[in-house]
Unconditional design. Structure first.
Length: 139
């Protein structure tokens, strides 16, 4: 089994907070941060040259979140400009562990997250090996 551990090239994706992201108190609703983290991972894959729709159509595989640990440090508010960071922390044969964080543009840390995604055969939702060509683009 191939396993790589350690910091990888970091990727960042900008996001602005809109009304739809906030709760009655004007702060980002806690579940909204999951969408921000997901968007950044998807854009990271795209930056690596991986089209998730094509991957699904051509191979029948995809990536699903297996587990996630989130530390909420400070709130984001309406109109805040955020940067969502993604770094591969661990790469295994059938999974990846990401270190992610969300910062306000002024550098304030808002969220720290550890996210493990599994590569699965979408027909039966069983884990499968990440194809070698994807591994080469990711690492």
């Amino acid at each position: 089994m191939t396993e790589t551990t350690g910091p990888a090239i970091s990727f960042s994706w900008p996001i602005r907070v809109y009304w739809e992201d906030t709760d009655a108190g004007g702060v980002v609703y806690h579940a909204g941060y999951l969408r921000f983290l997901e968007r950044a991972r998807s854009e990271w894959l795209r930056a690596c040259g991986i089209d998730q729709q094509r991957l699904r159509d051509d191979t029948g595989i995809g990536f699903v979140v297996r587990d996630m640990h989130i530390g909420f440090v400070a709130p984001a508010r309406l109109d805040d400009e955020l940067d969502v960071h993604v770094a591969v922390e661990q790469l295994r044969a059938a999974s990846m562990k990401f270190a992610q964080s969300i910062h306000r543009r002024d550098g304030t840390l808002l969220i720290q997250a550890s996210v493990r995604v599994a590569c699965v055969d979408l027909a039966n939702m069983r884990p499968c090996k990440i194809p070698d060509d994807l591994l080469a683009r990711i690492s």
